[in-house]
Design a protein around this ligand. Structure first.
Ligand code: UD1
Length: 360
């Protein structure tokens, strides 16, 4: 059985790692990894392959940066001939990035079954590029692996048959569980001179937050104000760094500590030891919930509502005063949250089901 995994962006690599490991346990499976090249910098891509002990991709489509249409089209154009050559039994796609949708569409049009890892999440916000990717990918997929019960409910409501949906749990948490001992041992917060539980960790990269200069200015103002109360460490995504420079906002950030995008182990270590995390990432909402770290998500909605209802996450508007008020009041009782099937074994369940479906 030949399984082709297609990944392109940083969060995809974290989801791929436990699946690749679980597939490697089965000698009957040949697992081919295709990297679209959507993320290409060493710190957005290579460092993740190294730290997650992922096999090197067999193919890199080299699509790089571009508009949504160009990026999606480049994957379609370059993955199709490869897919024809590889003739996979399954194409596995991960999450909600442009590479996910493009690979799913390519395979579906070639009549190759697609399995979607992290299916069924919905923000119901169509201004978010990822929401289109989620909905379309799910409707192109034969098998839909969901991380939480709400995701299955969303799919059933959209008419996806029950037998196509499998609640396997959260593969991102599999990777977190694996790396956590190493992350603690690394002590990244000590290296940065930070005290455990006494600093704020920030990641922001959504177009809705960073592409509009007035919104970005509000966010920077909030961070500068918070920095007066406790250290603020900001791991800056390349998109955000470019916008900060274009808007001349970098100098305004004063003593806020700006870091490059961090390697996975370091980032998990910094998250696990933070007093508060401010983010607009999807994965970070889940990681903070699992770790029991208070999290403010600077968005109007989330496709991961379980992190709010059962976890440590709170949504906050992208406004200075709203963020400050929320940062000062959002204290949750510490300790990891127990969420069903966020237990480090989601990929194992997923691979068993995939092999089972392949045998039929
Ligand atoms: C993408 C995903 C988003 C995910 C994020 C994780 C889509 C629609 N968005 O957003 O869901 O949360 O990845 O990081 O697929 N760049 C670099 N080096 C890189 C990669 C990107 O400098 O290795 C810069 C480029 O200037 C590029 C910009 O970052 O134009 C944005 O990259 P892109 O892949 O378009 O989307 P992300 O914002 O990273």
């Amino acid at each position: 059985m030949r399984v082709v995994s297609v990944v392109g962006a940083r969060p995809n690599f974290v989801k791929l790692a436990p699946v690749a490991e679980a597939l490697a346990q089965h000698q009957s499976v040949e697992h081919v990894i295709v990297h679209t090249g959507q993320h290409y910098d060493a710190f957005m891509s290579e460092s993740f392959f190294a730290e997650l002990a992922l096999p090197q991709p067999s193919h890199n489509l080299g699509v790089g940066a571009g508009s949504h249409a160009l990026q999606t089209a480049a994957v379609l154009e370059r993955f199709e001939p490869l897919c024809r050559t590889l003739q996979p039994d399954w194409v596995l796609v991960y999450g909600d990035v442009n590479s996910t949708l493009a690979a799913a569409l390519t395979a579906a049009k070639l009549d190759i079954p697609v399995a979607h890892v992290e299916a069924g999440l919905r923000s119901r916000d169509r201004t978010m590029p990822e929401e289109h990717n989620r909905v379309l990918t799910d409707h192109l997929s034969t098998l839909l692996f969901t991380p939480s019960p709400d995701a299955g409910d969303n799919l059933r409501r959209e008419g996806i048959p029950d037998e196509a949906i499998a609640f396997v749990g959260n593969v991102m948490i599999d990777s977190l569980v694996n790396i956590l001992p190493r992350a603690h041992a690394l002590g990244a917060e000590r290296t940065l001179g930070l005290d455990k539980g006494r600093y704020v960790l920030v990641t922001l990269h959504r177009p809705s937050n960073v592409d509009d200069p007035s919104t970005l200015r509000e966010l920077c103002a909030a961070l500068v104000e918070l920095q007066r109360e406790r250290p603020v460490v900001f791991a800056v995504h390349p998109r955000t760094r470019a916008r900060l420079d274009e808007c001349g906002l970098r100098a305004l950030l004063g003593d806020v500590r700006l870091l490059e995008p961090q390697p996975y182990t370091t980032m998990i270590g910094l998250t696990a030891s933070a007093g508060l995390v401010i983010t607009d990432s999807g994965g970070v909402q889940e990681e903070t919930t699992y770790l029991g770290i208070p999290c403010l998500t600077v968005r109007q909605n989330t496709e991961r509502p379980i992190t709010v209802t059962h976890g440590t996450n709170r949504l906050v508007a992208p406004e200075r005063d709203a963020i400050l008020e929320a940062a000062r009041s959002h204290a949750v009782s510490p300790g990891p949250r127990s969420i069903e099937r966020w237990d480090g074994r989601a990929a194992e369940r997923l691979v068993e089901l995939l092999l089972d479906a392949g045998r039929r």
